[in-house]
Design a protein around this ligand. Structure first.
Ligand code: HEM
Length: 390
Protein backbone atom coordinates (compact mmCIF):
# COMPACT_ATOMS: atom_id res chain seq x y z
CA UNK A 1 0.00 0.00 0.00
CA UNK A 2 1.33 3.47 -0.89
CA UNK A 3 1.35 6.31 1.64
CA UNK A 4 1.46 9.68 -0.11
CA UNK A 5 0.93 12.59 2.30
CA UNK A 6 0.11 14.84 -0.67
CA UNK A 7 -2.81 12.76 -1.95
CA UNK A 8 -6.43 13.80 -1.64
CA UNK A 9 -7.44 10.44 -0.13
CA UNK A 10 -4.99 10.95 2.72
CA UNK A 11 -6.30 14.47 3.32
CA UNK A 12 -9.82 13.08 3.62
CA UNK A 13 -9.02 10.02 5.77
CA UNK A 14 -5.44 8.90 6.49
CA UNK A 15 -6.32 6.49 9.31
CA UNK A 16 -6.77 3.19 7.40
CA UNK A 17 -3.39 3.81 5.72
CA UNK A 18 -1.83 4.62 9.09
CA UNK A 19 -3.11 1.32 10.48
CA UNK A 20 -1.45 -0.48 7.58
CA UNK A 21 1.82 1.38 8.21
CA UNK A 22 1.85 0.58 11.95
CA UNK A 23 1.01 -3.08 11.42
CA UNK A 24 2.75 -3.96 8.16
CA UNK A 25 5.40 -1.32 7.49
CA UNK A 26 6.50 0.25 10.80
CA UNK A 27 9.51 1.63 8.95
CA UNK A 28 7.97 2.72 5.66
CA UNK A 29 9.95 3.93 2.64
CA UNK A 30 8.56 6.01 -0.21
CA UNK A 31 11.43 6.29 -2.71
CA UNK A 32 9.35 8.26 -5.28
CA UNK A 33 8.66 11.18 -2.96
CA UNK A 34 11.85 10.53 -1.02
CA UNK A 35 11.13 9.84 2.63
CA UNK A 36 10.99 7.23 5.35
CA UNK A 37 8.21 7.15 7.97
CA UNK A 38 7.76 5.96 11.54
CA UNK A 39 4.19 5.48 12.72
CA UNK A 40 4.15 3.41 15.94
CA UNK A 41 3.68 5.41 19.15
CA UNK A 42 6.86 4.28 20.89
CA UNK A 43 9.05 4.75 17.80
CA UNK A 44 7.77 8.28 17.24
CA UNK A 45 8.07 9.15 20.95
CA UNK A 46 11.66 7.89 21.12
CA UNK A 47 12.71 9.62 17.90
CA UNK A 48 11.56 13.04 19.19
CA UNK A 49 14.17 12.66 21.95
CA UNK A 50 16.92 11.38 19.68
CA UNK A 51 17.97 14.59 17.91
CA UNK A 52 21.49 13.32 17.34
CA UNK A 53 20.13 10.72 14.90
CA UNK A 54 16.82 12.36 13.91
CA UNK A 55 17.72 16.01 13.28
CA UNK A 56 15.16 18.78 12.73
CA UNK A 57 17.55 20.82 10.57
CA UNK A 58 15.72 20.11 7.29
CA UNK A 59 12.50 21.67 8.59
CA UNK A 60 9.09 20.46 9.68
CA UNK A 61 7.43 19.47 6.38
CA UNK A 62 8.56 17.59 3.28
CA UNK A 63 7.65 20.37 0.89
CA UNK A 64 8.73 23.42 2.89
CA UNK A 65 12.23 24.78 2.40
CA UNK A 66 13.13 26.71 5.53
CA UNK A 67 14.48 30.00 4.21
CA UNK A 68 14.93 31.88 7.50
CA UNK A 69 16.35 30.62 10.81
CA UNK A 70 13.57 29.02 12.90
CA UNK A 71 13.88 27.03 16.11
CA UNK A 72 11.63 24.31 14.68
CA UNK A 73 14.41 23.62 12.15
CA UNK A 74 17.31 23.70 14.63
CA UNK A 75 19.01 21.15 16.90
CA UNK A 76 20.57 21.66 20.33
CA UNK A 77 22.46 23.70 21.47
CA UNK A 78 21.37 26.38 18.94
CA UNK A 79 17.75 25.29 19.40
CA UNK A 80 17.78 25.75 23.19
CA UNK A 81 19.30 29.22 22.89
CA UNK A 82 16.64 30.27 20.41
CA UNK A 83 13.74 28.75 22.27
CA UNK A 84 14.96 30.48 25.44
CA UNK A 85 14.46 33.91 23.84
CA UNK A 86 10.66 33.63 23.81
CA UNK A 87 9.90 30.66 26.05
CA UNK A 88 9.03 32.88 29.06
CA UNK A 89 6.06 34.30 27.15
CA UNK A 90 4.63 30.77 26.77
CA UNK A 91 4.90 29.28 30.27
CA UNK A 92 1.56 28.02 31.69
CA UNK A 93 1.67 30.92 34.21
CA UNK A 94 2.21 33.60 31.57
CA UNK A 95 -0.49 32.07 29.38
CA UNK A 96 -3.03 31.91 32.22
CA UNK A 97 -2.93 35.70 32.41
CA UNK A 98 -4.17 35.94 28.84
CA UNK A 99 -7.47 34.19 29.62
CA UNK A 100 -9.70 37.33 29.87
CA UNK A 101 -8.26 38.78 26.66
CA UNK A 102 -8.68 35.47 24.78
CA UNK A 103 -12.24 35.01 26.05
CA UNK A 104 -13.13 38.51 24.86
CA UNK A 105 -11.79 37.82 21.34
CA UNK A 106 -13.63 34.47 21.15
CA UNK A 107 -16.94 35.82 22.52
CA UNK A 108 -16.80 38.71 20.06
CA UNK A 109 -16.82 36.33 17.09
CA UNK A 110 -19.41 33.95 18.57
CA UNK A 111 -21.84 36.70 19.60
CA UNK A 112 -21.88 37.91 16.00
CA UNK A 113 -23.18 34.44 14.95
CA UNK A 114 -26.01 34.02 17.45
CA UNK A 115 -28.78 35.32 15.18
CA UNK A 116 -27.65 33.31 12.14
CA UNK A 117 -29.70 30.26 11.03
CA UNK A 118 -26.52 28.58 9.84
CA UNK A 119 -22.84 29.45 9.62
CA UNK A 120 -19.43 27.93 9.01
CA UNK A 121 -17.71 26.83 12.23
CA UNK A 122 -14.32 27.22 10.54
CA UNK A 123 -14.63 30.14 8.10
CA UNK A 124 -16.81 32.27 10.40
CA UNK A 125 -15.14 31.40 13.69
CA UNK A 126 -12.11 29.18 14.13
CA UNK A 127 -10.21 30.63 11.15
CA UNK A 128 -10.37 33.99 12.89
CA UNK A 129 -9.67 33.90 16.59
CA UNK A 130 -6.24 32.12 16.76
CA UNK A 131 -4.57 34.72 14.57
CA UNK A 132 -6.11 37.51 16.64
CA UNK A 133 -4.68 35.96 19.79
CA UNK A 134 -1.16 35.52 18.41
CA UNK A 135 -1.35 38.94 16.71
CA UNK A 136 -2.29 40.65 19.95
CA UNK A 137 0.63 38.88 21.68
CA UNK A 138 2.95 40.04 18.89
CA UNK A 139 1.48 43.56 18.96
CA UNK A 140 0.08 43.62 15.40
CA UNK A 141 -2.53 46.38 15.02
CA UNK A 142 -6.14 45.16 14.82
CA UNK A 143 -6.82 46.64 11.39
CA UNK A 144 -4.01 44.56 9.78
CA UNK A 145 -4.96 41.16 11.26
CA UNK A 146 -7.45 39.97 8.63
CA UNK A 147 -4.92 40.54 5.89
CA UNK A 148 -2.09 38.76 7.74
CA UNK A 149 -4.36 35.81 8.45
CA UNK A 150 -5.37 35.50 4.81
CA UNK A 151 -1.78 35.62 3.60
CA UNK A 152 -0.71 33.03 6.19
CA UNK A 153 -3.47 30.62 5.17
CA UNK A 154 -2.85 31.01 1.44
CA UNK A 155 0.92 30.58 1.95
CA UNK A 156 0.38 27.11 3.48
CA UNK A 157 -2.10 25.83 0.87
CA UNK A 158 -1.09 23.23 -1.73
CA UNK A 159 -3.02 21.89 -4.72
CA UNK A 160 -4.15 18.26 -4.18
CA UNK A 161 -1.40 15.87 -5.27
CA UNK A 162 1.19 18.66 -5.75
CA UNK A 163 4.27 19.13 -3.63
CA UNK A 164 5.37 22.57 -4.84
CA UNK A 165 3.57 25.67 -3.56
CA UNK A 166 1.32 27.33 -6.19
CA UNK A 167 2.23 30.91 -7.29
CA UNK A 168 -0.47 32.45 -5.08
CA UNK A 169 1.06 30.72 -2.01
CA UNK A 170 4.50 32.12 -2.89
CA UNK A 171 3.07 35.60 -3.40
CA UNK A 172 1.14 35.50 -0.11
CA UNK A 173 4.31 34.44 1.74
CA UNK A 174 6.24 37.34 0.19
CA UNK A 175 3.53 39.82 1.17
CA UNK A 176 3.65 38.63 4.76
CA UNK A 177 7.43 39.04 4.74
CA UNK A 178 7.26 42.62 3.51
CA UNK A 179 4.64 43.54 6.07
CA UNK A 180 6.67 42.17 8.96
CA UNK A 181 9.92 43.71 7.71
CA UNK A 182 8.31 47.14 7.94
CA UNK A 183 6.85 46.29 11.33
CA UNK A 184 10.24 45.23 12.73
CA UNK A 185 11.77 48.53 11.58
CA UNK A 186 8.97 50.38 13.34
CA UNK A 187 9.41 48.43 16.60
CA UNK A 188 13.19 48.98 16.60
CA UNK A 189 12.48 52.72 16.65
CA UNK A 190 9.41 52.63 18.93
CA UNK A 191 9.43 49.59 21.24
CA UNK A 192 6.11 48.65 22.88
CA UNK A 193 4.90 46.14 25.46
CA UNK A 194 4.61 43.25 23.00
CA UNK A 195 6.49 40.15 21.89
CA UNK A 196 7.93 41.65 18.69
CA UNK A 197 9.55 44.41 20.76
CA UNK A 198 10.97 41.75 23.11
CA UNK A 199 12.38 39.73 20.20
CA UNK A 200 13.74 42.83 18.43
CA UNK A 201 15.65 43.80 21.57
CA UNK A 202 16.71 40.26 22.64
CA UNK A 203 20.30 39.03 22.40
CA UNK A 204 21.61 35.67 21.22
CA UNK A 205 24.80 33.93 22.35
CA UNK A 206 26.99 32.63 19.55
CA UNK A 207 28.95 29.35 19.71
CA UNK A 208 32.02 31.33 20.88
CA UNK A 209 30.02 32.72 23.83
CA UNK A 210 29.63 36.27 22.42
CA UNK A 211 26.34 38.11 22.96
CA UNK A 212 24.81 39.90 19.99
CA UNK A 213 21.48 41.34 18.86
CA UNK A 214 19.26 39.35 16.51
CA UNK A 215 19.38 39.96 12.77
CA UNK A 216 16.21 40.91 10.85
CA UNK A 217 16.25 37.41 9.36
CA UNK A 218 16.25 35.79 12.78
CA UNK A 219 13.42 38.05 13.97
CA UNK A 220 11.41 37.26 10.85
CA UNK A 221 11.99 33.59 11.57
CA UNK A 222 10.40 33.92 15.01
CA UNK A 223 7.42 35.83 13.71
CA UNK A 224 6.83 33.54 10.75
CA UNK A 225 7.00 30.46 12.98
CA UNK A 226 4.64 31.83 15.62
CA UNK A 227 2.17 33.10 13.02
CA UNK A 228 2.15 29.79 11.13
CA UNK A 229 2.29 27.44 14.15
CA UNK A 230 -0.28 29.33 16.23
CA UNK A 231 -2.86 29.85 13.52
CA UNK A 232 -3.64 26.90 11.25
CA UNK A 233 -3.26 24.20 13.90
CA UNK A 234 -5.82 25.74 16.25
CA UNK A 235 -8.22 26.62 13.45
CA UNK A 236 -8.17 23.00 12.36
CA UNK A 237 -8.34 21.63 15.91
CA UNK A 238 -11.66 23.40 16.44
CA UNK A 239 -13.17 22.37 13.08
CA UNK A 240 -12.13 18.76 13.73
CA UNK A 241 -13.68 18.88 17.20
CA UNK A 242 -17.03 20.34 16.06
CA UNK A 243 -17.26 17.79 13.24
CA UNK A 244 -16.32 14.73 15.31
CA UNK A 245 -18.55 15.74 18.23
CA UNK A 246 -21.50 15.81 15.81
CA UNK A 247 -20.80 12.09 15.26
CA UNK A 248 -20.71 11.49 19.02
CA UNK A 249 -23.95 13.16 20.23
CA UNK A 250 -23.70 11.78 23.76
CA UNK A 251 -20.25 13.28 24.26
CA UNK A 252 -21.48 16.53 22.75
CA UNK A 253 -24.48 16.68 25.10
CA UNK A 254 -22.21 16.02 28.06
CA UNK A 255 -19.85 18.83 27.05
CA UNK A 256 -22.78 21.23 26.67
CA UNK A 257 -24.22 20.23 30.08
CA UNK A 258 -20.96 20.04 31.99
CA UNK A 259 -18.07 22.27 30.83
CA UNK A 260 -15.81 20.68 33.47
CA UNK A 261 -15.22 17.80 31.03
CA UNK A 262 -13.89 20.15 28.34
CA UNK A 263 -10.15 20.11 29.24
CA UNK A 264 -10.07 16.32 28.85
CA UNK A 265 -12.21 16.54 25.71
CA UNK A 266 -9.61 18.94 24.23
CA UNK A 267 -6.88 16.32 24.84
CA UNK A 268 -8.98 13.60 23.26
CA UNK A 269 -9.91 15.64 20.17
CA UNK A 270 -6.21 16.41 19.75
CA UNK A 271 -5.34 12.72 20.04
CA UNK A 272 -8.20 11.49 17.86
CA UNK A 273 -7.51 13.79 14.93
CA UNK A 274 -4.44 15.99 15.45
CA UNK A 275 -4.18 19.03 13.23
CA UNK A 276 -0.42 18.51 12.86
CA UNK A 277 0.02 15.05 11.33
CA UNK A 278 3.75 14.50 11.05
CA UNK A 279 7.03 16.05 12.17
CA UNK A 280 9.92 16.27 9.69
CA UNK A 281 13.40 15.01 10.52
CA UNK A 282 16.58 14.01 8.66
CA UNK A 283 18.79 10.99 9.37
CA UNK A 284 22.18 12.13 10.73
CA UNK A 285 23.77 8.69 10.30
CA UNK A 286 22.74 5.32 8.88
CA UNK A 287 19.85 4.20 11.11
CA UNK A 288 18.98 0.50 11.42
CA UNK A 289 15.36 -0.31 12.22
CA UNK A 290 13.06 -3.23 11.48
CA UNK A 291 15.72 -4.95 9.34
CA UNK A 292 16.24 -1.95 7.04
CA UNK A 293 18.69 0.96 6.96
CA UNK A 294 17.71 4.60 6.63
CA UNK A 295 20.77 6.05 4.87
CA UNK A 296 22.41 9.14 6.37
CA UNK A 297 20.91 12.31 4.87
CA UNK A 298 17.49 10.82 3.99
CA UNK A 299 14.28 12.55 5.08
CA UNK A 300 12.28 10.83 7.82
CA UNK A 301 8.82 11.78 8.98
CA UNK A 302 7.48 10.99 12.44
CA UNK A 303 3.76 10.47 11.88
CA UNK A 304 2.33 11.71 15.16
CA UNK A 305 -1.17 11.40 13.61
CA UNK A 306 -0.62 7.64 13.21
CA UNK A 307 1.00 7.28 16.64
CA UNK A 308 -2.07 8.92 18.24
CA UNK A 309 -4.19 6.02 16.91
CA UNK A 310 -1.83 3.25 17.94
CA UNK A 311 -3.64 0.57 19.96
CA UNK A 312 -0.25 -0.34 21.45
CA UNK A 313 -0.69 2.90 23.46
CA UNK A 314 -4.43 3.60 23.50
CA UNK A 315 -7.22 1.03 23.89
CA UNK A 316 -9.92 1.41 21.19
CA UNK A 317 -7.96 4.16 19.47
CA UNK A 318 -10.55 4.72 16.72
CA UNK A 319 -13.21 5.72 19.27
CA UNK A 320 -13.52 9.31 20.46
CA UNK A 321 -13.81 9.00 24.25
CA UNK A 322 -13.83 12.35 26.03
CA UNK A 323 -13.08 10.58 29.34
CA UNK A 324 -10.03 8.75 28.04
CA UNK A 325 -7.10 8.81 30.43
CA UNK A 326 -4.32 10.02 28.13
CA UNK A 327 -1.04 9.32 29.87
CA UNK A 328 1.21 10.31 27.00
CA UNK A 329 0.11 12.90 24.41
CA UNK A 330 1.84 13.15 21.02
CA UNK A 331 -0.44 15.65 19.26
CA UNK A 332 1.94 18.45 20.34
CA UNK A 333 5.01 16.37 19.51
CA UNK A 334 7.41 15.51 22.33
CA UNK A 335 11.05 15.89 23.27
CA UNK A 336 13.11 18.89 22.23
CA UNK A 337 10.53 20.43 19.93
CA UNK A 338 7.47 19.81 22.12
CA UNK A 339 5.03 22.48 20.99
CA UNK A 340 6.01 25.77 22.62
CA UNK A 341 2.41 26.94 22.29
CA UNK A 342 0.84 23.87 23.94
CA UNK A 343 -0.45 25.75 27.02
CA UNK A 344 -1.79 28.53 24.83
CA UNK A 345 -3.44 26.02 22.48
CA UNK A 346 -5.03 24.15 25.39
CA UNK A 347 -6.36 27.40 26.84
CA UNK A 348 -7.72 28.67 23.51
CA UNK A 349 -9.19 25.25 22.74
CA UNK A 350 -10.93 25.08 26.11
CA UNK A 351 -12.36 28.62 25.95
CA UNK A 352 -13.49 28.17 22.32
CA UNK A 353 -15.42 24.98 23.20
CA UNK A 354 -16.85 26.47 26.44
CA UNK A 355 -18.17 29.59 24.72
CA UNK A 356 -19.33 27.79 21.58
CA UNK A 357 -21.37 25.20 23.52
CA UNK A 358 -22.88 27.90 25.77
CA UNK A 359 -24.43 29.39 22.65
CA UNK A 360 -24.86 26.37 20.37
CA UNK A 361 -25.36 23.20 22.46
CA UNK A 362 -26.84 21.28 19.52
CA UNK A 363 -26.26 21.57 15.76
CA UNK A 364 -26.26 19.58 12.54
CA UNK A 365 -23.32 19.48 10.12
CA UNK A 366 -23.87 19.80 6.37
CA UNK A 367 -21.65 16.83 5.50
CA UNK A 368 -21.98 17.37 1.72
CA UNK A 369 -20.26 20.72 1.95
CA UNK A 370 -17.27 20.00 4.16
CA UNK A 371 -14.02 21.45 2.77
CA UNK A 372 -10.64 19.77 3.37
CA UNK A 373 -7.22 21.39 3.78
CA UNK A 374 -4.68 20.30 1.19
CA UNK A 375 -1.40 20.25 3.03
CA UNK A 376 0.96 17.36 3.63
CA UNK A 377 0.97 17.78 7.40
CA UNK A 378 -1.77 20.18 8.54
CA UNK A 379 -4.97 18.16 8.72
CA UNK A 380 -8.52 19.41 9.03
CA UNK A 381 -11.36 21.29 7.40
CA UNK A 382 -11.41 24.59 5.59
CA UNK A 383 -15.17 24.50 5.97
CA UNK A 384 -17.62 22.92 8.46
CA UNK A 385 -21.09 24.36 7.68
CA UNK A 386 -23.45 23.94 10.62
CA UNK A 387 -27.08 24.68 11.50
CA UNK A 388 -27.70 25.29 15.21
CA UNK A 389 -30.79 23.48 16.56
CA UNK A 390 -32.85 25.86 18.67
C1 HEM B 1 -3.85 22.62 18.43
C2 HEM B 1 -2.86 23.43 18.25
C3 HEM B 1 -1.43 23.03 18.03
C4 HEM B 1 -0.89 21.83 17.65
C5 HEM B 1 -1.62 20.53 17.33
C6 HEM B 1 0.56 22.01 17.59
C7 HEM B 1 1.47 21.02 17.28
C8 HEM B 1 2.84 21.16 17.32
C9 HEM B 1 3.78 20.09 17.12
C10 HEM B 1 3.41 18.63 16.81
C11 HEM B 1 5.04 20.60 17.26
C12 HEM B 1 6.36 19.82 17.20
C13 HEM B 1 7.15 20.00 15.94
C14 HEM B 1 8.34 19.07 15.82
O1 HEM B 1 8.50 18.13 16.59
O2 HEM B 1 9.11 19.26 14.88
C15 HEM B 1 4.89 22.02 17.53
C16 HEM B 1 5.94 22.90 17.70
C17 HEM B 1 5.76 24.25 17.89
N1 HEM B 1 4.58 24.92 18.10
FE1 HEM B 1 2.72 24.10 18.13
N2 HEM B 1 0.85 23.32 17.92
C18 HEM B 1 -0.32 23.97 18.21
C19 HEM B 1 -0.46 25.29 18.58
C20 HEM B 1 0.56 26.19 18.72
C21 HEM B 1 0.41 27.56 19.14
C22 HEM B 1 -0.90 28.23 19.55
C23 HEM B 1 1.65 28.11 19.12
C24 HEM B 1 2.06 29.51 19.50
C25 HEM B 1 1.89 30.53 18.89
C26 HEM B 1 2.59 27.10 18.69
C27 HEM B 1 3.94 27.27 18.54
C28 HEM B 1 4.84 26.25 18.29
C29 HEM B 1 6.28 26.48 18.17
C30 HEM B 1 7.00 27.80 18.32
C31 HEM B 1 6.86 25.21 17.92
C32 HEM B 1 8.34 24.89 17.73
C33 HEM B 1 8.95 24.46 19.03
C34 HEM B 1 10.39 24.06 18.89
O3 HEM B 1 10.88 23.87 17.78
O4 HEM B 1 11.05 23.96 19.94
N3 HEM B 1 1.89 25.93 18.46
N4 HEM B 1 3.54 22.34 17.58
Amino acid sequence: MEYNPFSLDIHIDPYPTYRYLRDEAPLYHNPEIGFWALSRFQDVWDATLDWERFSSSAGPALEIEVSVPMMIAMDPPEHNRNRGIISKAFTPRAIEKLEPQIRKIICGYLDALIERDSFDAVEDFSAKFPMDVISSMLGIPEQDRDQIRQWSNIALTRKPGEKEPPPEAIEAGANNWMYFQQYIDERRKNPGDDMISTIVHATATDDDGKERGLSDEEILGFIALLAAAGNETLTKFFGNGIYHLSRYPEARAEIAANPAVIPNAVEEILRYDPSSQYQGRIAMCDIEMYGQTIPKGDRVILITGAACRDEREYPNPDELDIHRDIKRQLAFGFGYHLCLGASLARLEGRIALEEFFKRFPDYTVDEDNLGYVHSSNVRGFTSVPITPQR
